[in-house]
Design a protein around this ligand. Sequence first.
Ligand code: WT7
Length: 567
Amino acid sequence: MINIGSYDERIKNFSWEIAEKELEYKKGDIINIGWYCSDRICEMGKSEKIALYYEGFGDKEKSYTFNDIRLAGNTIGTFLRDQGIVAEDRVCLFMDRIPELYLSFLGVLKIGAIVQPLFSAFGDESLLVRLENAQTRAIITQRKHLSKIRKIIDRLPSLEYIIIVDHNPAKELKEKEIPFSLKNSTPVEEMEIYPTTAESPSVLHYTSGTTGQPKGVRHVHYSLISQYLTTKWVLDLQDDDIYWCTADPGWVTGTSYGIIGPWSLGITQCVLDSGFSAEAWYKFIEKYKITMWYSAPTAIRSLMKAGDEVIKRIDLKSLRHLASVGEPLNAEAVIWSEKVFGLPFLDTYWQTETGSMMITNYPGMKIKPGSMGKSFPGITGVVLDAKTYEPITEPGKVGLIAFKPGWPAMMTTYWNNEEKYKEKFVNGWYLAGDRAYLDTEGYFWFIGRDDDVINTGGHLVSPFEVESALLEHEAISESAVVAKPDEVNMEVVKAFITLKPGYEFDDDTELNIMNFIRKKLSPLAMPQEIEFMESLPKTRSGKIMRRILHAKEWGEEIGDTSTLEDD
Ligand code: WT7
């Protein structure tokens, strides 16, 4: 039996109360995600069930039961509380995908503090702007990432605690640095869970826009309602499933569906903390007998590239259901997966801001390869005319993806930036910032983003952030950053630059600039190509015309540039 039953039946008389009832939550009651994902599952008799299988570099293996993760959450939560961390303080998680990352997530939520997960490959500049913006009070990290924090700590007066989960006693600690070892702590059996309610903030994820610094998307504990139900109906998780979400919790997929969704349903999940290789991934599936796999188009395209031979040598028969998110999932990838795994990847569309899946394909529903599917029950998804902001009823006509606000996992604001948050709404619609069209059967077909943000391998990169970082390089005078087409990542970052007098452009300069960005921002934001120009195309008022450069990369008509003049 599939959990959703029938999509057509579910959209009739849908109410989020379905999830509220299953979670035994009543309006106005306490709702705490940390408690729901561990204590409640134990109360339901699953204390000894495995919650997490972890495999790290060098075949390091660990496993944790639901009681283990309950205790670890208590222990970390109590430790933070003892330091003086209180409700709504921002606690950043800055770790690789080690068990402490997942366990701290629960601990921070249990004391009512706000989790701020950041991708551990972020460089010092990326880290600085996000910690500054959130006025983060504590950061939980590993020794290997300490140097990046030490570099910026003087500029972060709000950051009082740097908690190191793998401290080596032989090494010296600096001011504000505190060791914490889960292994050496006495497990805390009982703790007082902070009485968070539906509106209490839970997770703060940073996302990049076209202009300005990254925005902190503020979620609340009530988001559990839609994360729980979408996990149940779309990912179709059932009690004996072994689930693998390949996303890093530095991004929203890794928290909504890499922690909250599966654990609130009491499902066993696996984490692989190592670099990508087709063989290693397939072997991981074989070893843990993974049944449900949630991944991303870039990974799928990389697997396609690795060829089908390797699949024949590995037993992947445990798989029964696959889904994908983050970027357009091309029809070829769906057709390929049906061929090699006997299962199509179901495309799901949503965003950091939406907190949970919005438009997706469902088990049991007809799949049209290349389409994102239909709105989740309870979600009113439309395509709006870009001028009138009225819904387009005509099939095939491209417009802006928009949703009627009010689903449980929707962001409640951008941190400290209510103005930008308000800009996302027009005529009572939440504008996603993407373009799509509907077909005659109401399926959504993705066209592209409605802004200049670069989506590289499912990760959003702001051209503004890269351009600003480039300007800090000693040789660079001006910069413009656009997406360049890429076979595997769909888009990669490309930079156009002009140089200051006295500098010359050669391979060494290019490599030097690439490294500069990789260290400062992240490997994702690093330009894969840098092109030197004598001057950048500009409007009469002096604004750089990114669109001309973009069109050049994509082999598109540039058209009448006079209309772009002051765009
Ligand atoms: C943007 C959101 C939500 C998890 C990861 C990304 C693009 C997302 C799809 C899809 C085409 C997609 C959109 C969206 N996107 N899923 N299935 N097909 N595009 O979260 O970093 O907030 O990015 O990713 O452009 O707006 P995010």
